[in-house]
Design a protein around this ligand. Sequence first.
Ligand code: PMP
Length: 419
Amino acid sequence: MDTSIFEQHESTIRGYSRNYPTVFSSASNARQVDEQGKSYIDFFAGAGVLNFGHNNPRMKDAMIAFLQADGVSHSLDTYTTTKRDFVSRFHDVVLAPRGMNHRMQFMGPTGSNAVEAALKLARLATGRREVVAFSHGFHGMTLGSLAATANDAFRKWAGVPLENIVRLPFETAPGGTTAVAEYAEAVADPSSGLTQPAAFLVEAVQAEGGVNVATAEWLRQIQDVAHEMGALFIIDDIQAGIGRTGSYFSFDGMGLDPDIITLAKGLGGFGTPIAMNLNKPEIDDKWSPGAHTGTFRGQGLSFVAGTVALDYFTDDTFLAEVRDKGEVMRERLQRIAETHAGQSWEVRGRGMMQALDTGDGAFAKLVQQEAFEAGLLIGPCGSGGRVIKLIPPLTIPEDDLTAGLDRLEQAIETALEVK
Ligand code: PMP
């Protein structure tokens, strides 16, 4: 395996390649194959991008047809036929059935770009500066989104102060169930020295933060408190959205109506980049034309594949499969945790984002390494990397799912012996 070209010429910043020390050469649905011909089951799916698998054939066909027809592959924010198809399909499949009249704002194609735009719009719309974000939240790497990200492993590289964020504990963290109400009460006191926030920014299921699942009640409380304070309620659905948790949005059915929803990752379907915020019209109206630009807002291939991706959500068939597979994952993790009851491991998750909190980053790393040897790709997350998060493509065949869970179970056994 020759990886020397990367080691010589690519930046030290390389991260995932250190976890997966091989050179991948092809991929199909939930499998990646390296140049030695070893096949890996992918339980990481590009950090939650490849919800519809590697090289999804339906999307591939549509993209090839688009390329053959000389479709417009880059369009800034000019009108194109492919963007029209995407916007109208998204409206018909996602917004209209939910009675949502949010507007679609495109920006640079990463999640961080989406969060930056949301923060900017919230501050613009309210004339306020501070945004409430939560412990263990992950919102991106650019300075504004990094300020909202909680993990010091990322924050410490900022080089400048990360400001204008108020940090409250997430529901599942110590003090999390009461903190929002206490904060609201404190801010209401004109002598508190606190200022009113522009927005509350929250993930309904924290992904990078360790797969922490918020309840509908807690999220509704944040929404109510935000609106009582004249602040916006923003849900970052960049990783937990687009079907991952068994519904299109991670907060579907919870009686929530966010002012802004940030989307990216799986939205482009094929791994083709695109980010989009859903802004309530009265808030969106605060923008002036061109106020927030981005060269890569009009990605033709992403619109084409992203439009095909919406076909999975025209009825509940696909999402029911996601929920069933999620149950298979959860049961297996629960069985593993019960087999090793003395370890006090915890199983958490919703839909096809399931996790085993081992409480020990070094151990989770060992499991990840053993899994890699056994032909399984996983990515630890949470404080110190102690949580083994499973996010396979939603389209994974059942036998690959079972085989992947077998490999994981074996890797855990081996890691326990080596430890
Ligand atoms: N928000 C959430 C919830 C995420 O999981 C991520 C990426 N892990 C981001 C924002 C940032 O997305 P990107 O890496 O595309 O900038």
